[in-house]
Design a protein around this ligand. Structure first.
Ligand SMILES: NC(=O)C1=CN([C@@H]2O[C@H](COP(=O)(O)OP(=O)(O)OC[C@H]3O[C@@H](n4cnc5c(N)ncnc54)[C@H](OP(=O)(O)O)[C@@H]3O)[C@@H](O)[C@H]2O)C=CC1
Ligand SMILES: CC(C)(CO)C(=O)C(=O)O
Length: 306
């Protein structure tokens, strides 16, 4: 299969690297020192499962140079996707599948604003991974998994075939019965990242302090209320299950949005709590905890982008 990975970070490099080593014709889109290192020394993936090397690497900084692919995995940060979508117009043909893996709930819709709807899938991934050094990715935790599907949930031959290709590439994959529900379930849990950022605390600290635990629980409930108002099905008891899931995270762990904010880098704030606030306003749902956290971080986000 001819595959293009747009954004060779923690996510794109891991899943694309596995596909390349399984024999697929993978082109990585990257830039700067990371691209240079990959072209010179290959793409090294350190992993809790098994380290691997992709060498030689097909890589470029220019999306239009990648040509037409069977599959394009979009693995840039959520706020980088709109820019990429415009450039994808030149490399998406009749049968190209475009799979976004961003955290958040807007990626497929943003791609559909620019690309033909029939090319666009919806998806998410589970992994904890990051660029450690140029050319080197570190997969630190979580069994790497892609959950995806057609945006209307139909179990088409093309998604079933892609699922088999993913599994044969050496990572877990699942075609969702209800992809919107899956995206929102992940969204509910990921929106706590900004609470860690604003309290300057880890998952362990936030969940142990009764006041911040209560805020976390309230934050989850608010996002679930917005989901309900948008007619997205979230099973009863999911918020309690999410609290239980957070309780299993290593005490000192944080999430990528938290670290980006602490490091003064642009973050996905607008695509997480910012999106919750805007969708809640449209749906007439009250989201005081998400609003407080979002508004508290706006200035840091602005500074990071100036
Ligand atoms: N990492 C993780 O553990 C997980 C991440 N996610 C989600 O997956 C998405 C991707 O995250 P992650 O892999 O961590 O992000 P990274 O920042 O590690 O990777 C994205 C890469 O894409 C590059 N990039 C962006 N735009 C372009 C472009 N136009 N041309 C070439 N390269 C480009 C970035 O370069 P530059 O830095 O120069 O912008 C960066 O190297 C996010 O939505 C995240 O929330 C989901 C689950 C887990
Ligand atoms: C919290 C985590 C690792 C869950 O997959 C994540 O999605 C992120 O850090 O962006």
């Amino acid at each position: 299969m001819k595959v293009t990975i747009i954004g060779t970070g923690g996510v794109g490099a891991y899943f694309g690297g596995r596909m390349a080593n399984a024999g697929h014709d993978v082109t990585f889109v990257a830039r700067g020192e990371h691209l240079k290192a990959m072209l010179e020394k290959g793409l090294k993936v350190k992993s809790i499962n098994d380290d691997f090397l992709v060498s030689p690497v097909k890589a470029t900084s220019n999306i239009s140079e990648t040509g037409v692919s069977d599959l394009v995995i979009v693995a840039v940060k959520a706020w980088q996707l709109k820019d990429v979508a415009v450039q994808l117009k030149n490399v998406v043909a009749e049968n190209t599948l475009v799979l976004p893996l961003q955290n958040g709930v807007l990626a497929s819709e943003e791609l559909k604003e620019v690309l033909p709807h029939k090319n666009v899938l919806a998806g998410l991934c589970r992994i904890i991974s990051k660029i450690e050094n140029p050319g080197i990715i570190n997969h630190l935790a979580v069994e790497p998994t892609i959950v995806f599907g057609e945006t209307d949930n139909s179990k088409t031959d093309r998604v079933l075939e892609l699922n088999s290709i993913f599994e044969a590439s050496g990572f877990k994959s699942m075609v969702a019965n209800d992809i919107q529900s899956e995206l929102w379930k992940k969204f509910i849990s990921i929106c706590v990242s900004a609470l860690l950022a604003v309290t300057r605390s880890t998952y362990g600290e936030v969940r142990e302090q009764p006041e911040t635990r209560e805020m976390m629980c309230q934050l989850f409930k608010e996002v679930a209320d917005v989901a309900a108002a948008m007619n997205v099905y979230i099973k009863e008891g999911f918020v309690d299950k999410t609290m239980g899931f957070i309780d299993t995270f290593p005490y000192d762990s944080t999430s990528s949005l938290t670290r980006d904010i602490w490091e003064g880098k642009p973050s996905e704030l607008e695509y997480q709590n910012g999106t919750v606030v805007r969708m809640a306003e449209k749906a007439g749902v009250d989201v005081p905890v998400n609003r407080f956290i979002y508004q508290s971080l706006i200035l840091m986000e602005k500074r990071a982008r100036s």
